[in-house]
Design a protein around this ligand. Structure first.
Ligand code: MEV
Length: 422
């Protein structure tokens, strides 16, 4: 990556170790905390941080997740954190109507997604596709002496893939399993990195991938003079991509204030701005993730994994670029497309156990992992379309602020309530 794009100007003058002040002294050493029942953990924290009954009430809420599940999902659980769950409308994806559940705290995200989907719908909706759900695991080796690893790995490749698949009969029966292996060498650290590619079907697959990598790595010292390094999946899932595209007729953007053809021109220029300018690209891609993350959260998927993959993918040519591409067509209409790594699952883990995630998947008609990946990417594209349309015409604040006003009103109301009780 060309780091000259990024010239941080950080003012360290106000940073000092003494800045972290607290009214009361909190004891953070809590031996055996993790072993306590969830209610006792909450009591311990309330006491340790000198919190009120009201704090205790809010920290200890469970929503649709009972305490038992919260306790199973993470360590040291004391409660759950609620954010709004909404449903984006107007989505037409590959000719099918879809209601898209989105869990997000930011006002205007749902309205923008629904508006973007409405614009795309006028041009026939989203056309989406996804690759097979192939994840990649990395096995890092440190070579102890020079050797012809190309020859060894070429000869043993099929054996290693078969070994990786041992004990995974049900995955194989569903058409998945390890399916390919390649490698590259990092001369700077004499490190050979093997990539094991695994079709994890409807699972996100992190556990399958890591398990297979650890097992296969144990064989390597018998084949090559090496020490074993890391064994872990990569979140840059280049073989697990999803893609969505849409056309929007220029006339769709016509308004008393703006000519649709001008709006198309300005959206194309907004894309180019992000293409050439890393600061704009970052904000543009944040807007895309405004659409993507909430669907991942609502379906119990690992949104940090998708975020990491998305931003690495955004700089695959060496510079950080906008994830979606917007162009004016020969007929003067708008065409947009978005493709990115999309490692999502619909079975296993939180997706399977979280009652809200289960109902969210049901709301979408029980998509398989490939279909969910397409819905997620279409939502990201809709979100970007809506933001760029506003930015390229009246500006973002008019729509954003009218929705945000509800938050401000509430804040003012809440503030006056707090003051009146003081
Ligand atoms: C705000 O959350 C997202 C936007 O800033 C995205 C963009 O600028 O493209 C509106």
């Amino acid at each position: 990556m060309d780091t000259s794009q990024l010239k941080p100007k950080v003012d360290h003058s106000s940073q000092s170790g003494s800045e972290h002040k607290q009214d009361t002294k909190v004891q953070s050493r809590l031996p055996g905390f993790y072993e306590l029942p969830i209610g006792e953990r909450l009591s311990t924290v309330v006491k340790a941080a000198n919190l009120s009954d009201s704090d205790r009430f809010h920290l200890g809420q469970f929503g649709s997740l009972n305490g038992e599940l919260a306790d199973v999902f993470i360590e040291n659980a004391i409660g759950t954190f609620s954010i709004p769950l909404g449903v984006a409308t107007n989505f037409l994806i590959n000719g099918h109507d879809v209601l898209v559940p989105m869990a997000v705290e930011e006002s205007s995200v749902l309205a923008a997604a629904s508006h973007g989907a409405k614009l795309a719908r006028l041009g026939g909706g989203f056309k989406a596709s996804a690759t097979e759900p192939v994840m990649t695991g990395q096995i890092q080796l440190f070579l102890k002496k020079t050797c012809d690893f190309d020859a060894v790995l070429t000869e043993k490749k099929n054996e290693l893939i078969a070994f990786a698949n041992r004990g995974h009969d049900s995955l194989l029966a569903r058409g998945g399993g390890a399916c390919d292996l390649d490698w590259h060498y990092i001369p700077e650290m004499k490190s050979l990195v093997i990539h094991l590619h695994i079709d994890t079907r409807d699972a996100m697959g992190a556990n399958i991938v890591n398990t297979m990598c650890e097992r296969v790595s144990a064989l390597m010292p018998e084949l090559l003079p090496c020490d074993i390094g890391l064994r872990i999946l990569t979140n840059l899932t280049e073989r697990r991509l999803a893609r969505a595209e849409c056309f929007v007729p220029a006339s769709t953007f016509d308004s008393p204030e703006f000519k649709g053809t001008d709006v198309v021109d300005r959206i194309e220029k907004a894309y180019l701005f992000a293409y050439y300018d890393v600061h704009r690209a970052t904000t543009n891609n944040k807007g895309i993730m405004n659409g993507i993350d909430p669907v991942l959260i609502a379906t119990g998927n690992d949104w940090r994994a998708v975020e990491a993959g998305a931003h690495a993918w955004a700089c695959r040519d060496g510079k950080y670029r906008p994830l979606a591409v917007w162009k004016k067509t020969l007929h003067g209409d708008l065409h947009g497309q978005l493709e990115l790594p999309m490692a999502v699952g619909v079975v296993g883990g939180v997706t399977k156990l979280h009652p809200t995630a289960q109902s969210a998947l049901k709301l979408m008609g029980h998509p398989n992992a490939k279909m969910l990946a397409q819905i997620v990417v279409a939502t990201g594209l809709a979100q970007n379309l809506s933001a760029l349309r506003a930015l390229a015409s009246e500006g973002i604040q008019r729509g954003h602020m009218s929705l945000h006003q509800k938050n401000l009103d509430l804040l003012q109301h809440h503030g006056s309530r707090v003051n009146s009780t003081n």
